[in-house]
Design a protein around this ligand. Structure first.
Ligand SMILES: C[S@@+](CC[C@H](N)C(=O)[O-])C[C@H]1O[C@@H](n2cnc3c(N)ncnc32)[C@H](O)[C@@H]1O
Length: 251
């Protein structure tokens, strides 16, 4: 067996040992999740919105929350970002991320941490990536409030599974207590609660429609600057809604 063939076999063996993989990343040319149910995920998704992220992130710090095997963290590093930190609650995915970092030589730090603990970081980041995590959380608004309070210094790149009506309603600021029919409108902001499973996943808890997702971002203090494709938003930090209480320091 020649050296190149042996190296390829070694990578394949390591990838299999570290599996199963959710993100398909090419490590020394070998795909980590070639049979992903969504296709070449997240690459095909990234192609749809990569234009909204600056080509050159020189000097900018990035926090990738729910980083999984680090796909977005690595893409930010390839765009010349300064400090890049990926956090995830699941050590299985962090082992994958660290292996990819080692193989690619991309300087990204990975730490096991829940989104609920971001206050412990004690620093703000120029760009926070929060993709594909919100609907896995029992406390989605708390997570947005904590990100706003502790780590989002400027921008947030955000994605959340959405189901239901895709229209945005024109709503009054207030309605009378006797108004009921409003809640039967399909386009009214709705957050669906999944008691058991959706897509076979028992951690898919809350799934918003589009109106609810955008309203939740706004009320948490984020202004939506771009909506390059379904479910994906680039926001910047602004004023949070006057009625939102500052979240407790969960440390
Ligand atoms: C659907 S994957 C999305 C991964 C990646 N952000 C992407 O868009 O491809 C959800 C990720 O969130 C992580 N996660 C779930 N709950 C979390 C929490 N409370 N804090 C941090 N990460 C969490 C999971 O371990 C998983 O890696």
């Amino acid at each position: 067996m020649d050296a190149a063939r042996k190296a390829d076999d070694d990578i394949k063996r390591r990838l299999a040992e570290l599996g199963p993989w959710f993100q398909n990343i090419h490590v020394q040319g070998v795909p980590t999740a070639p049979d992903h149910f969504l296709g070449d995920y997240p690459t095909f998704k990234w192609q749809g919105f990569k234009e909204v992220v600056p080509q050159d992130l020189a000097g900018r710090s990035v926090l990738d929350v729910g980083c999984n095997a680090g796909f977005y963290s690595f893409e930010m590093k390839k765009r010349n970002a300064g400090r890049v930190l990926g956090i995830d609650a699941d050590p299985h995915y962090l082992r994958q991320a660290r292996f990819v970092a080692e193989q690619t030589g991309l300087d990204v730090e990975f730490r096991q941490m829940s989104v609920y603990d971001v206050g412990k970081l004690g620093e703000k980041f120029d760009l926070v990536i929060f993709m594909g995590v919100l609907y896995h959380l029992r406390h989605p608004l708390l997570a947005l409030d904590l990100l706003y309070e502790h780590v989002v210094g400027d921008q947030m790149l955000f994605q959340c599974l959405q189901r239901g009506d895709e229209r945005l309603p024109q709503l009054q600021e207030n309605y009378d207590f006797s108004e009921w029919s409003l809640f039967d409108r399909h386009d009214y902001p709705k957050l669906f609660f999944v008691e058991e499973r959706y897509a076979s996943d028992p951690t898919n808890w809350f799934i918003p429609n589009r109106a609810a997702m955008e309203a939740m971002l706004r009320s948490s203090g984020f202004v939506i600057d771009a909506h390059p494709e379904r479910e994906v938003y680039l926001c910047h930090r602004s004023e949070r809604h006057y009625a939102v209480e500052v979240p407790p320091q969960i440390c």
